[in-house]
Write a protein that binds this ligand. Structure first.
Ligand SMILES: *Cc1c(COP(=O)(O)O)cnc(C)c1O
Length: 239
């Protein structure tokens, strides 16, 4: 048999990838016996141009996730007319925290007292911003450089957030570590979430689940998915 030329597959479009992910979320929610309305999709658009965010908005996306302060700030200003909800998901330095609070509606990466305190010092009236919704990020590894609060410090940081004016605690956030079965990692997050709820029942939200593991996250109670590349395609650069 002569070898046939390999047809070049047409590249999937943004709209197709968004549909695939939305279907995957619906399937996982059904399998978990959960209401789809309880699961928010944040599309992580870091490194992508504003044109892609506009295209996503046209496809019904209103929640954007960004991880670098300057890039996020520029995008939120350029796209202010969209009325989108901006989620900051990257590591946060205390000296940038006030600026990030200026445009972020939700900060997913609270992991240090100094960041909590810096957010508490923001003059919200002068800056014309309301309270900031926050997640306390958990570090599921033994490596302090990974970002997130060590398991033993969760209650302490949660109490500090609860005692800080201008912050509204939504719950816990985590990234599943490489080399760990995601379902097991997210079961641990769920257990930590229950500890946080014992301190503050409204803080019942869980921000877990990325392109490769959102199904497992949904099965373990995720309420906020942070999905990038499965929807956007590969990021232009990883700078
Ligand atoms: C980049 C990023 C994501 C999205 O990752 P994908 O694998 O592209 O879905 C989610 N959460 C955080 C904290 C990120 O930095």
């Amino acid at each position: 048999m002569p070898t046939l030329p390999v047809p070049t597959l047409p590249e999937s479009t943004l709209s197709e990838r968004l549909h695939v992910v939305r279907d995957g979320i619906a399937d996982a929610a059904a399998d978990a016996g959960r209401d789809l309305a309880d699961i928010a999709l944040v599309v992580v658009t870091k490194f992508h141009p504003v044109s892609l965010l506009l295209e996503l908005h046209g496809l019904g996306v209103h929640d954007f996730g960004e991880s670098r302060h300057q890039e996020a700030q520029v995008k939120s200003v350029e796209l202010a007319d969209l009325g989108a909800t901006w989620h900051f998901v990257g590591q946060l330095q205390s000296k940038k925290a006030a600026q990030v609070a200026g445009y972020s509606h939700v900060i997913h990466s609270i992991d240090r007292d100094s960041v909590v305190d810096a957010l508490g010092r923001v003059d919200r009236e002068a800056a014309d911003i309301r309270s900031t919704d926050v997640f306390v990020q958990l570090n599921l590894t033994d490596d302090p450089a990974r970002g997130g609060v060590a398991d033993g410090d969760v209650e302490r940081v949660v109490e500090r957030v609860l005692g800080t004016a201008g912050l509204r605690l939504l719950g816990v956030m985590a990234v599943a570590p490489v080399g760990v079965e995601p379902r097991a990692a997210f079961a641990g997050v769920r257990a930590a979430s229950e500890r946080v709820r014992a301190l503050h029942p409204p803080a019942a939200f869980i921000s877990t689940g990325m392109s490769g593991d959102y199904r497992e996250a949904i099965l373990e109670g995720a309420t906020h998915l942070r999905i990038g590349s499965a929807i956007t395609g590969n990021r232009p650069t990883a700078g």
